[in-house]
Write a new protein. Structure first.
Length: 259
């Protein structure tokens, strides 16, 4: 977007300069305050050239403005997609952790968070790498800059903890079982280290969710509700895939499949 803005400024400045020159030449034709004595130059020729150049830069300015609008729209779409994806990822992590904690006697599933961690990192990276520069400073630009500075590192750290610390909790529980001669015991959600890890992660995730929602809502508001954030949020919240519960599994076995 920076190049688009620079193009607008350059074309705009040159357009103004040559419009001013054209105006001065027109005044000179009317009032005759300057009489060039060069055989190769006349007022009419200067008027034609300066006017033509001014029109050319005006056309360039119009094109640059349209290119800027297109780029701005594409960037806002990318930011909404990334913010919505990040919100959905954290929301689904939160729901699966809550579901696991509400069923403490269930086995602790190793893949509980890993898929979400991968998706969250991708969405977070898109936000970090997306350049959003506008001609006039607006609220969205300020919020994105603040999110990159204050939140992206927090998001990355939460995802890192979810990826490594949950595995560490499982493995340390297995080691504790071996020390206690509990061979081949299934690690449960209720095991202290597993439970405590999930409780901490849930709190961190729930603290961060409002900031992600605020960013997605801000992008939607900036684009005059083009992306319908509230509908997106409702759909995302109601279509959370459960890792700990596979609804329809019994029907799948009985029917030999679902297709």
């Amino acid at each position: 977007m920076k190049e688009k803005i620079q193009s607008i400024k350059l074309n705009g400045m040159l357009c103004i300069i040559f419009i001013a020159i054209t105006y001065l030449v027109t005044l000179n034709i009317e009032n005759g305050f300057f009489h060039p004595n060069w055989w190769w130059m006349s007022n009419n020729f200067a008027l034609t050239v300066s006017g033509g150049i001014a029109v050319g830069f005006a056309a360039g300015l119009a094109y640059a403005i349209q290119e800027y609008k297109n780029c701005k729209s594409e960037t806002e779409a990318k930011l909404f997609f990334a913010a919505g994806w990040l919100y959905s990822t954290f929301s689904h992590m939160d729901k699966n952790i809550t579901e696991a904690l509400e069923n403490p006697q269930q086995p602790a599933i190793e893949s509980l968070l890993k898929t979400y961690v991968s998706e969250g990192n991708q969405a977070n990276e898109i936000i970090k790498q997306t350049e959003y520069i506008t001609i006039l400073r607006n609220e969205l630009k300020t919020n994105i800059e603040n999110f990159k500075i204050e939140e992206c590192a927090k998001v990355q750290e939460i995802l890192r903890q979810a990826y490594f610390y949950y595995d560490i909790a499982l493995n340390e529980t297995k080691i504790d079982d071996l020390r206690s001669n509990k061979i081949n015991r299934t690690v449960l959600i209720s095991d202290p280290k597993v439970k405590r890890t999930l409780e901490i992660l849930r709190k961190e995730i729930e603290d961060e969710l409002p900031r992600m929602e605020s960013l997605a809502e801000m992008v939607d508001r900036q684009t005059r509700k083009k992306y319908h954030w509230e509908e997106y949020k409702k759909y995302s919240d109601s279509h959370c895939a459960s890792v700990t519960k596979l609804n329809g599994f019994e029907e799948f076995l009985k029917g030999g499949g679902t297709l």
